[in-house]
Design a protein around this ligand. Structure first.
Ligand SMILES: [Zn+2]
Length: 105
């Protein structure tokens, strides 16, 4: 009988140890997740979750990833061409409208 009791006590201790181990593992995971969250930034343009392997830049209170920055850079570099394209479009549109007006006279 005594032996049975001892066996039970040993099992109890083993169970508790396993339980504590599980809690510790859980806590470790939790702090790891927290740590990762601090490293994690979400690009406000493409909403990509960026860890360390994707560089991000902070602009104001928001983060922007390297991919979006590249797109923006290209856009800014071509801004003049883009602007002239827009103004050409506007000129053409104006011309067409004037022609339409002329033909109605
Ligand atoms: Zn992005």
């Amino acid at each position: 009988m005594v032996e049975e009791k001892e066996k039970g006590a040993i099992e109890e201790t083993a169970k508790r140890e396993k339980w504590i181990e599980a809690i510790i593992e859980g806590k470790k995971l939790e702090s790891y997740a927290e740590y990762k969250t601090k490293e994690m930034h979400i690009c406000f343009l493409c909403e990509t979750i960026c860890y360390k392997r994707i560089p991000v830049k902070k602009i104001g209170n928001k983060y922007i990833c390297i991919n979006c920055l590249k797109v923006l850079k290209e856009l800014i570099e071509n801004l003049e061409i883009w602007e002239s394209e827009v103004s050409i479009d506007r000129d053409i549109e104006r011309q067409i409208q004037e022609e339409v007006k002329e033909s109605r006279k």
